[in-house]
Design a protein around this ligand. Structure first.
Ligand code: FAD
Ligand code: 2HG
Ligand code: ZN
Length: 481
């Protein structure tokens, strides 16, 4: 068997699902936890958010407890059944859907918030809890999440941990390697790895939980997470600004970091083409128009007048010296939400144009926009658009190129040029979305052969039969590897 979409990929030597296997799963789970109706139940689990990767799984298992996950994995390991772990299925690299007939293990029924401690700020959550639900619960205790992203209405905390999701607040709170204090993971052989630490500090040997953060379902199934949350800010300001050059963008970022200091919570870039796409495709209104660059700045603090004073004095400098030409400050949370939509809904808007060639790269900040410009020159009028936006404050560019439909000529103009470009700058070919299936062949552009060798050894150690998310992350191994 080969995959229809990926003709060069060969199905691994895994067992085909039999009635005996199904009988086992039905004996340990209730009826609504075992989905087999291909037409009515399975299609959503087999296709990714971008609708660019499609698997043909015949079975979705929906455990409710860590012990159920353990029983499933133990059986699959012995029976040599491949598994595709799935959270909210919002991943952008094809990691969350099966490639062939892997059994989908969905965490969606494990959605409980187990405890929230307002004093320490630690929340313990089942992995399948949707991020937005967790946010709502945290707000009741005056706490806030250390991460936020456009997919929060669907993505799950376990999926966020498995991808080490970044998002729009990483600048302020860092990534999940810092915010996840502990987790429980079920290993491929069914063993339960209890690393559910809730202490801020714990240097008792190797910090094994870190391996699961960003492992994209290849080392274990994350079932519970202990998350360090933050005090909910009582004062939030959102500003949206137009700028005439990328030099001015960099100067605005530099001074924002310096002058806003600890209250700066987001520093995002949107270029003209991205804004045009989101406003036309989704009929959103931008308060300012016709600038080559836009920046969205957010502050979050605990003292409204202090925060306003800081932002106003920054803006006075930037406007007086001509760095910022025009802009607006949200007067209430509804306006702030509208401004955020102009940034957070760009992916959705791009998808409306047809086929999207998506690149998520880390590059040195001075070169941040150069890749978009070089790519535009290279592609001429082949694509509908070539745009750049993203987490400027973290040096993470989202380069997106669209065409009406998949065009191999266009793809060959983009790749491997884009990866060579990033590699030359010693950037990362996947800053926050991971490698999954779609980016797995480009790992070597950001990691040395020695590093890849040791990653493979870690994978082999944790999952010797390769049942957990096979075909993902690692490039196909050649006989000389
Ligand atoms: P899925 O998509 O279901 O899975 C992602 C990967 O994790 C897969 O490899 C899967 O096998 C594995 N996995 C899922 N759950 C588990 C588990 N419990 N245990 C082990 N493995 C598991 N990403 C960012 O980093 N920053 C952003 O700002 C951002 N914005 C986005 C905006 C939109 C509109 C969309 C659609 C996506 C965005 N993403 C972003 C990508 C995506 O949302 C994140 O990667 C998210 O963290 C995935 O969570 P999920 O629950 O949907 O996981
Ligand atoms: C974002 O920051 C997401 O909006 C998605 O990471 C980026 O679709 C993209 O390119
Ligand atoms: Zn992003």
């Amino acid at each position: 068997l080969t995959s229809v979409r990926y003709p060069l990929l060969k199905r691994g030597n895994f067992s085909f699902l039999s009635d005996r296997h199904l009988g086992f799963f039905q004996s340990i789970l209730s009826a609504h936890q075992v989905l087999t109706d291909e037409l009515n139940d399975l299609s959503g689990y087999n296709v990714d958010w971008m609708r660019s990767v499609r698997g043909s799984s015949r079975l979705v298992l929906r455990p409710k407890t860590t012990e159920e996950v353990a029983a499933i994995l133990q059986y699959c390991n012995v029976q040599n059944i491949a598994i595709c772990p799935q959270g909210g299925n919002t991943g952008l690299v094809g990691g969350s859907v099966p490639v062939f007939d892997e059994v989908v293990l969905s965490l969606e029924l494990m959605d409980e918030v187990i405890s929230v401690d307002e004093l320490s700020g630690v929340a313990i959550v089942q992995a399948g809890c949707v991020l937005e639900k967790l946010e709502t619960v945290l707000h009741l205790s005056n706490l806030a999440l250390p991460l936020d992203l456009g997919a929060k209405g669907s993505c799950q905390i376990g999926g966020n941990v498995a991808t080490n999701a970044g998002g729009i607040r990483l600048l302020r709170y860092g990534n999940l390697h810092g915010s996840v204090l502990g987790l429980t993971a079920v290993l491929a052989n069914g063993q339960i790895m209890d690393c559910l630490n809730t202490n801020k500090k714990d240097n008792t040997g190797y910090d094994l939980k870190q391996l699961f953060i960003g492992s994209e379902g290849t080392l274990g199934i994350v079932t519970q997470v202990a998350l360090q949350c933050q005090p909910k800010p009582s004062s939030v300001q959102v500003g949206f600004f137009g700028l005439n050059s990328f030099e001015n963008v960099l100067e605005t970022m530099r001074l924002s970091k310096r002058n806003l200091g600890e209250i700066l919570s987001s520093c995002e870039l949107i270029d003209q083409s991205s804004l045009e796409c989101v406003t036309t495709q989704l009929e959103l209104r931008s308060p300012i128009n016709n600038f080559p660059f836009y920046m969205l700045l957010e502050t979050a603090g605990s003292n409204a007048s202090h925060d306003a004073e800081k932002l106003n004095s920054l803006l006075e400098i930037l406007v007086n010296n001509g760095t910022i030409v025009d802009g607006t400050l949200a007067v209430d949370s509804a306006q702030a939400k509208n401004l955020w939509e102009l940034r957070e809904r760009i992916s959705e808007a791009l998808a409306c144009e047809g086929y999207v060639y998506k690149y998520d790269v880390s590059v040195p900040i001075r070169q941040f926009y150069q890749l978009v410009e070089d790519m535009r020159i290279r592609l001429g009028n082949l694509p509908i658009r070539c745009c750049g936006y993203g987490h400027l404050g973290d040096g993470n560019l989202h380069l997106n190129i669209t065409s009406q439909e998949y065009n191999p000529i266009l793809l060959n103009r983009i790749e491997p040029f884009v990866y060579d470009w990033v590699c030359q700058e010693r950037g990362s070919v996947s800053a926050e979305h991971g490698l999954g299936l779609k980016k797995r062949d480009y790992m070597e552009y950001s990691k040395s052969p020695t590093v890849i060798h040791w990653m493979r050894r870690v994978k082999k150690l944790f999952d010797p039969n390769n049942i957990l998310n096979p075909y993902k992350i690692f490039p196909e191994q050649s006989s000389t590897d």
